[in-house]
Design a protein around this ligand. Structure first.
Ligand code: NAD
Length: 478
């Protein structure tokens, strides 16, 4: 009997649990995947598990849709809406994917092992171990670059992990509520409500834009006595913000920020962050100490310790300190070809973006299917030879399968939200470059992001949050 509930149950629950998937097969090769960011997730989404056992090791058991992180930081989106558990994502795979929540500590490229540790609050009897891999998909990403500037780690909010966005929201609201505390001096109100964003890359621009929206759309009506004192300053060391966008879009962003009363200080470098102030080196090299309530650090990324350690084991081939050097098949240089690296942990000619990492993940999934086919044909050929059979056709097929296709990046364009319901986009359309900004681009930004969200579940959650904000405004609770 088919009932609506039955159909709903079938659609939502089918293949949702490992019990209905093929188990781990000791006769198959093991692919160990490190990380659950853009690269690794795209690989997991696309990989065919029939030929391999897949083991994912990541310190978080979910994928985070990073482009919408600044929206979480101002309460437009709920944090849960942009997370997707890895187990949920791999529920439709033919074979069960093993997920281990742990941080990779070291990789031995010769012995082909990974050592990892469980660093969560709750640990069992075993919290560190080493496993062997046949293939390694290395996608650990990068960490926030602070250039050793004093006070950044202690006093600034970052914008990399979900906790960072939650922390920024709490910190921002704390500043606003403290400014409203009876008897606060006008100087203290001014300090508490001065928000400084460091870094004029896309992250810093999006955070500033979202902060401005929160101020305009919600704080003005809920805190009328304070809203005039809220000030947002964006500090960038280079002469211009958004160097990856075209000149006209940089100009458009600057003029939108001017209208939005967001101050942009270019050619200005943050030298130190203190408890209640930020020390700036101005364009004329003078030093100024500016009082602040909150600093958001979006100063770029650098290689993680585990990657630096891995590179140091292959000093002749891994000379680029920015990240892992790979060949055109994403094989780590200096290894026997069983370690593949992708995304922000690599150093390549492409910008370290989500777009590059996800294309690399999808490519690697295809490459592994090719490798499985190649190995199958090679086995058949060896068998035929052992039986004394002459098989020129099979020989040809093996030769063809050995020719693995290299990675090719197809740039779809760059997109960023700049606040005031405006977005900018440098797009490639039928091989033509288009630079566009404004409200239509904003609607495009929304639809592009919602369609890139990896699951229907997250699309529904994000769309629902957007609707909720339209109806009831942003959530002010800390
Ligand atoms: P970024 O490296 O692009 O920008 C960091 C900026 O901080 C730099 O311009 C740098 O000059 C500045 N900076 C560093 N130290 C400073 C200091 N002490 N004082 C003042 N300024 C300082 O970093 P990001 O914005 O986090 O982006 C990282 C990567 O992710 C980039 O490749 C970017 O393209 C990508 N990304 C893309 C999008 C998008 O397309 N919408 C959004 C976010 C990130």
């Amino acid at each position: 009997v088919v009932t609506t509930t039955g159909v709903f149950y079938y659609v939502t629950q089918k293949d949702r649990h490992p019990g209905s998937q093929l188990p781990f097969d000791p006769t198959k090769k093991n692919i160990v995947v490190l990380g659950s960011g853009w690269g690794s997730t795209s690989f997991l989404k696309n990989v065919d598990t029939s030929d391999y056992n897949i083991i994912v090791i990541s310190p978080r058991n979910f994928f985070l849709f990073t482009p919408l992180l600044p929206s979480v930081a101002v309460g437009t989106l709920s944090p849960r809406s942009i997370l997707q558990p890895i187990r949920y994502m791999t529920r439709h795979k033919e074979r069960q994917v093993t997920v281990i929540e742990a941080e990779a500590k070291s990789v031995d490229p010769i012995a082909k092992t990974v050592t990892f540790a469980d660093e969560t609050e709750v640990q069992g009897e075993v919290s560190s171990t080493t496993i062997h891999f046949d293939y390694l998909v290395y996608g650990v990403g990068a960490e926030t670059q602070t250039f050793g500037i004093p006070g950044v780690k202690e006093h600034a909010c970052f914008m990399k992990e979900i906790q960072d966005a939650e922390k920024m929201k709490r910190r921002f609201m704390d500043c606003v509520e403290s400014a409203g505390f009876p008897g606060q001096s006008p100087e203290e109100v001014k300090r508490l409500l001065h928000m400084v964003v460091v870094g004029g890359g896309p992250t810093g621009i999006e955070v500033s834009g979202e902060l401005h929206d929160f101020l305009e759309d919600d704080l003005k009506s809920w805190y009328p006595e304070l809203s005039d004192h809220i000030k947002i300053t964006l500090v960038e060391a280079l002469p211009s913000v958004l160097p990856m966008f075209s000149k006209e879009l940089i100009k458009y962003t600057e003029s939108t920020f001017k209208e939005s009363k967001i101050d942009i200080l270019t050619a200005t470098m943050v030298k130190e962050i203190k408890d209640k102030s930020v020390v700036l080196q101005m364009p004329d090299k003078t030093i100024q100490e500016v009082p602040v309530g909150m600093v958001v650090w979006a100063g770029g990324n650098k290689a993680r310790d585990v990657s630096v350690d891995l590179m140091s084991k292959l000093p002749d081939a891994q000379k680029n300190k920015r990240g892992i050097t790979v060949d055109e098949h994403l094989r780590m240089a200096g290894t026997d070809g069983t370690i593949f690296a992708l995304g922000d942990c690599t150093s390549s000619s492409y910008a370290p973006t989500a777009q590059v990492a996800s294309q690399q993940g999808a490519y690697l999934a295809r490459l592994f299917s090719q490798i499985a086919k190649r190995d199958r044909l090679a086995d058949e050929l060896a068998q035929a030879k052992a039986e004394g059979r002459d098989t020129p056709a099979l020989q040809k097929q093996v030769e063809k399968a050995e020719n693995l296709r290299p990675f090719h990046y197809s740039h779809q364009g760059s997109l960023a939200y700049i606040g005031s319901e405006k977005a900018i986009a440098d797009l490639v359309f039928f091989n033509q470059k288009i630079a566009t900004g404004g409200v239509a681009t904003y609607l495009f930004w929304r639809s592009a992001y919602i369609s890139t969200l990896f699951s229907l579940r997250n699309r529904v959650l994000v769309a629902n949050d957007w609707l909720k904000v339209k109806l009831f405004g942003r959530d002010l609770a800390r």
